[in-house]
Design a protein around this ligand. Structure first.
Ligand code: SF4
Ligand code: SF4
Ligand code: SF4
Ligand code: FES
Length: 323
């Protein structure tokens, strides 16, 4: 069967969707709720294309081609639909991509990562993060007004993390930096999309205060699953820097659920695409209906879920925590 994609005639093979034909023939279409060779149902509309024969906007990941059809994948109209779809998904997304503290550090210190090692008792690694940002870690923040402590999210619950005191403690130990650690030139890319949690509800504040008591008191705001997050990637590509809408999601912010092994789940970062539900046996499941629908893991099903599921998730909702 022959169809036209962006004015180019291409052959469509049996059972291929428009998305698959387009990608095979070199057309780039974003997708979130689709994963190659996995069970899926269209829900995100990020893969939208236009059927020029009837003017309809359709999800390319589930639509099968019809002989002679004309598809448009790269017009202003199609891009607008994808951008609106992304903005709607982000309107219900209570999460930080990067922790507030690292966004304001003038030296580009990855504070959250340093505290992550500090809290885990990995002081050499914590020192290496410090050493990557400062020529002389021992006098690192001595003249800085510490904007990191002013924006620290823990400060909205009780006290901000004493970031400078901890930095001095780590620096004073002056661990030797291995060639692999430190001096790697980590840099925050401020042009990428940034999700923001917004204010904690009173209930969330109380729960976080009671349950997060790391040695530093840090909440670890940075999204641990950001490396493979396609939601952030496509939002950035669409030129979205901040969510257009005030977050009004009822999903609990920063509730990190241990699934099994190194696998973790954060519901507030889930876009309910269903990939984990359709591709795990007796694992994830949907709860509720409509806008209040959630993806949950019954306690007794946690051991049925494999770490590989993190690779299927298009956001940072499911992630593997190495250390
Ligand atoms: S899941 Fe993606 S968009 Fe959401 S906070 Fe993490 S990196 Fe940002
Ligand atoms: S709680 Fe931790 S990660 Fe969050 S802003 Fe404060 S220091 Fe940074
Ligand atoms: S957790 Fe499951 S439903 Fe939620 S975004 Fe990831 S794969 Fe989709
Ligand atoms: S990727 Fe097609 S609707 Fe989500």
């Amino acid at each position: 069967m022959v169809i036209t994609i962006d004015h180019v005639s291409v052959e469509a093979f049996k059972d291929e969707t428009i998305l698959e034909v387009a990608r095979r023939t070199g057309h780039s279409i974003p997708s979130l709720c689709y994963a190659k060779e996995s069970a899926h149902k269209s829900s995100c509309m990020v893969c939208a294309v236009k059927n020029c024969d009837n003017g309809q906007i359709i999800p390319s990941c589930t639509t099968l081609p019809v002989e002679g059809m004309h598809i448009e994948t790269d017009s202003d109209e199609v891009r607008l639909v994808r951008t609106i779809s992304l903005e709607l998904l982000l309107s219900d997304h209570r999460a930080d991509c990067d922790a507030p503290c690292i966004m304001v550090c003038p030296q580009g210190l990855n504070i959250e990562r340093m505290l992550h090692f500090y809290d885990g008792g990995h002081f050499e690694e914590a020192y290496a993060v410090l050493d990557a940002a400062f020529l002389l870690p021992q006098i690192a923040c001595d003249t800085c007004k510490a904007p990191c402590e002013k924006v620290c999210r823990r400060g909205t619950i009780d006290q901000p993390v004493s970031i400078r005191t901890i930095i001095r403690e780590i620096a004073a130990k002056a661990y030797p930096v291995s060639p692999e650690g430190g001096k790697k030139g980590w840099k925050l890319d401020k042009n990428r999309f940034q999700s923001r949690i917004g204010r904690f509800t009173e209930k969330e504040s109380l729960s976080l205060k009671a349950n997060i008591n790391t040695s530093s008191n840090c909440l670890h705001c940075t999204c641990a699953g950001q490396t493979g997050c396609r939601l952030r990637l496509f939002a950035t590509e669409a030129g979205i820097k901040r969510s257009r809408y005030e977050s009004y999601s009822a999903l609990p912010a920063m509730q990190k659920i241990h699934v099994s092994g190194k696998l973790w789940f954060e519901q507030a970062k889930c876009i309910r695409c269903g990939l984990c539900v359709y591709n795990s046996e007796d694992g994830f499941t949907f709860k509720g209906r409509g806008f209040g629908m959630q993806v949950v893991i019954p306690e007794e099903s946690k051991s049925n879920i494999e770490e590989e599921m993190a690779g299927l998730c298009p956001t940072g909702a499911l992630y593997v925590l190495e250390k």
